[in-house]
Write a protein that binds this ligand. Structure first.
Ligand code: C2E
Ligand code: MG
Ligand code: MG
Ligand code: MG
Length: 278
C-alpha cells in the first residue's frame, strides 16, 4: 500500500514539484502491480575463477521489465520497494527463481556453478527467513553448498548475536555467505571474525576507474585480511584488462565485471556459461 503521508506530501508540494518526483510517485504505485503482473525478472552476471579462467558462479540481479519504460535497474525501484515494505518479498521471489535456475544449470552439466543471491536486511530479519531459504532448497533439491547468500555490512545495525545465529544456521545447511560491497560500510575487523563469512566481495568503487594509491592500498588490505581469515575474495566492477591484471597480481580469487559480461537474462547467460566452460 502507498503511504498516506506520501500522498499528502504530494498534494502539498504539487506546485513546485520536479518532474522526477512525480515520476517516482507513479513508479511507486506501479511497483505494487508489477509483482503480481510478473514484470520482475532475474538477470545473471558471471563470476570468473582467476586461476582457471572458467566461470565460478553467477550473481542473480533483479530487473523490472516495465511495460512502458523498458528494463529498469534496481537502483530505480529497490529504494521504493524498501519504503513500501516490498523488499523482502522481492528478495524471496529472486531467491526462489535463482535456486530454480541454478538447479536447472547444475543438471545440464554446469554442476559446480555457484549461485549468489542478494539478501536485504528486511528479508534477513524476517522471522521466517531461514525456513523460506530451507524450503526453497528442499523443493528444488539444489545442492545447498552451491548457494551463496550476499549480505552487506548495513546488517550490523541488527543484534549481532541474532545475525551470527542466523548465519550459523545457514552454514549448518551448507549454504555459503558472502559479505557484499565490502569496504564501504562500517564493520570492524573483530566483527568480521565474529561472523561465519566465506567470501568478501570488494566493492567496485575500489576497482573501477583509474587505479590510485589509496584504492590499491584498500585492495591490498582487504586481500591480506581475507587471507588471514581464510576467506576467498571476489572483485566487483572489473572493466578493463589493466584492472584484471592488477587484482590477479594481488591474489584476488574471483572477478566479476563488464570486462567479462554485464548482467544478462538467463538464456543469454546460459549460452555464455557453456561457451566459457569448454
Ligand atoms: P551488488 O549486489 O553489489 O551487485 C553488483 C552491481 O554492480 C550490479 O548492479 C552490477 O550490474 C554492477 N556491476 C558489476 N560489474 C560492473 C562493472 O564492471 N561496471 C559497472 N559500472 N557496474 C558493474 P545492479 O544489477 O544494477 O544492482 C545494483 C544493486 O542492487 C546490487 O549491488 C544490489 O545491492 C542490489 N540488488 C540487485 N538485485 C537485488 C535483489 O534481488 N535483492 C536485493 N536485496 N538487492 C538487489
Ligand atoms: Mg551483490
Ligand atoms: Mg556488491
Ligand atoms: Mg554494489
Amino acid at each position: 500500500e502507498i503511504k498516506s503521508e506520501g500522498k499528502n506530501n504530494f498534494r502539498f508540494y504539487k506546485e513546485g514539484m520536479s518532474e522526477k518526483m512525480v515520476d517516482t510517485l507513479s513508479l511507486e504505485s506501479e511497483l505494487v502491480d508489477a509483482i503480481k503482473n510478473q514484470e520482475l525478472e532475474v538477470y545473471y552476471q558471471v563470476q570468473i575463477n582467476l586461476e582457471t579462467g572458467k566461470p565460478h558462479g553467477v550473481e542473480a540481479l533483479v530487473r523490472w521489465n516495465h511495460p512502458k519504460r523498458g528494463v529498469l535497474p534496481p537502483i530505480v525501484f529497490l529504494p521504493l520497494a524498501e519504503e513500501l515494505n516490498l523488499l523482502a518479498y522481492i528478495d524471496e521471489f529472486v531467491l526462489k527463481e535463482a535456486i530454480r535456475q541454478g538447479k536447472t544449470w547444475h543438471d545440464s552439466g554446469l554442476d559446480q556453478l555457484k549461485m549468489s543471491v542478494n539478501i536485504s536486511k528486511a528479508f534477513f530479519q524476517q522471522e521466517d527467513f531461514l525456513s523460506i531459504v530451507n524450503r526453497a532448497i528442499e523443493e528444488t533439491e539444489m545442492d545447498s553448498s552451491l548457494l551463496s547468500l550476499e549480505v552487506t555490512e548495513n546488517m550490523a545495525v541488527l543484534q549481532l548475536q541474532e545475525i551470527r545465529d542466523k548465519l550459523l544456521a545457514l552454514k549448518e545447511k551448507g549454504i555459503k555467505v558472502s559479505l557484499d560491497d565490502f569496504g564501504t560500510g562500517y564493520s570492524s575487523l573483530n566483527q568480521l571474525n565474529y561472523f561465519p563469512i566465506d567470501t568478501l566481495k570488494i566493492d567496485q568503487s575500489f576497482v573501477r576507474g583509474n587505479s590510485t594509491k589509496e584504492k590499491e592500498a584498500i585492495i591490498n588490505l582487504i586481500i591480506a585480511m581475507a587471507k588471514s581469515l581464510d576467506v576467498s575474495v571476489i572483485c566487483e566492477g572489473v572493466e578493463t584488462e589493466k584492472q584484471l591484471e592488477l587484482i590477479k597480481e594481488k591474489g584476488c580469487n574471483y572477478a566479476q565485471g563488464y570486462l567479462f559480461s554485464k548482467p544478462v537474462p538467463a538464456s543469454e547467460c546460459e549460452t555464455m556459461l557453456l561457451d566459457l566452460n569448454t
